[in-house]
Design a protein around this ligand. Structure first.
Ligand SMILES: O=C(O)CCC(=O)C(=O)O
Length: 272
C-alpha cells in the first residue's frame, strides 16, 4: 500500500479559505500514484484555535467536505481528509450538547464519503474540546479501497490525536478486524516523545500498522510537534517526518502484518 502523509504547517496569519485551497492543491500534486493520502486533525479550522471553532464549524457536506471530495477524485486516491469542526444537524443534538464534534472524514477515489469518525476522547481537561465539543460514541472500522489495486481493500480503524492515549479503543478496533490504525493529530511539540512512543506501543501491542499524521507550525500560541510517522506491525518506524511542512511517502507491505501475527502469535495469548 502506497501512502502519503501531508504534514501541514500553518500559523495564525493564513485565512482558513486560503488554507483549504492550498491543502487541496497539495493533495492533487502529491496524491496521484498513492493508495491513501492522510491529512492532520483540524488543519483547516486550527487544532488549538478554540475561539474560532464555532465560526469555522461546518456540516460534513459543507465547503471543506466538498473541496476534499473533489481533491480525492482529482488525485484518484483514498483521502483521509483529517478532521473538521462538524456542525451537526439539529436532529442529532441532544439537550446540553454543543452541537459540535471533532469529525474525521474519509473519501474514496471516486470522491464519495466512505467514513466519518467523531473523536471519542476530547482533549483539554475541562477546557478546549470538553467545553466546546461533544464526544463521539461510535468506534469506526472500515474497509478502504486501494486505489492502485482495484478491488482490493484494507481494514482500518479511525481515531484522532488524544485517542492515542487510550489503548482500549485500539483493542476494540483490532477485535473488529483492523490491521491498520489511522491517526490524524494536532499534537503539541512539548509532548512529541509521547506521540512517537504511544504510536509504537499501539502498533506493537496490537500487531497493527500505525499511520499517524501530525501538524507542524505554531498557531494559537501552541507549537505543533510534527514527527508524522508510519510504524509497522512489528514496531519498526517505516517513516518519520521532521518538524516542518513535509510530505512523507512510504510503501507498506500489508502481507507482513499477517506473517508477523503468525510468526509471533502474542494476540492468541490474550485472557479476556
Ligand atoms: O495528548 C496530548 O498530549 C495531545 C492531545 C491533543 O493535542 C489533541 O487531542 O488535540
Amino acid at each position: 500500500m502506497r501512502v502519503a502523509l501531508i504534514q501541514v504547517a500553518y500559523g495564525d496569519d493564513e485565512p482558513m479559505d486560503a488554507r483549504i485551497e492550498r491543502v487541496a492543491g497539495l493533495v492533487r500534486e502529491h496524491g496521484p500514484g498513492h493508495d491513501l493520502v492522510v491529512l492532520p486533525e483540524l488543519w483547516a479550522p486550527g487544532g488549538f484555535a478554540y475561539r474560532e471553532w464555532a465560526d469555522r464549524a461546518q456540516p460534513i457536506d459543507g465547503p471543506i467536505g466538498q473541496v476534499m471530495s473533489a481533491a480525492a477524485r482529482d488525485a484518484g486516491v483514498t483521502l483521509h481528509a483529517g478532521s473538521i469542526v462538524e456542525q451537526r444537524e439539529s436532529s442529532s443534538v441532544a439537550d446540553g450538547d454543543h452541537g459540535l464534534s471533532n469529525t474525521s472524514l474519509v473519501y474514496g477515489p471516486d470522491g464519495e464519503l466512505i467514513a466519518a469518525y467523531r473523536k471519542i476522547h476530547r482533549f483539554g481537561f475541562g477546557a478546549g474540546e470538553p467545553r466546546l465539543m461533544d464526544a463521539g460514541e461510535e468506534v469506526v472500522v472500515v474497509d478502504l479501497p486501494l486505489a492502485t489495486s482495484p478491488g482490493e481493500t484494507v481494514r482500518v480503524g479511525l481515531s484522532t490525536c488524544y485517542d492515542l492515549r487510550f489503548p482500549e479503543l485500539y483493542r476494540r478496533q483490532l477485535d473488529d478486524g483492523a490491521s491498520v490504525f489511522l491517526v490524524p493529530a494536532a499534537w503539541p511539540a512539548p509532548r512529541v516523545r509521547h506521540w512517537t512512543l504511544l504510536a509504537h506501543a499501539r502498533a506493537v501491542e496490537n500487531q497493527c500498522v500505525v499511520i499517524a499524521c501530525n501538524t507542524a507550525g505554531t498557531h494559537a500560541g501552541t507549537e505543533m510537534g510534527g514527527h508524522s510517522q508510519v510504524v509497522s506491525a512489528k514496531g519498526d518506524a517505516l517513516a518519520m517526518a521532521g518538524t516542518g511542512e513535509e510530505v512523507v511517502r512510504v510503501e507498506i507491505d500489508l502481507d507482513e502484518t499477517a506473517q508477523w501475527r503468525e510468526q509471533f502469535p502474542v494476540l492468541a495469548d490474550r485472557r479476556l
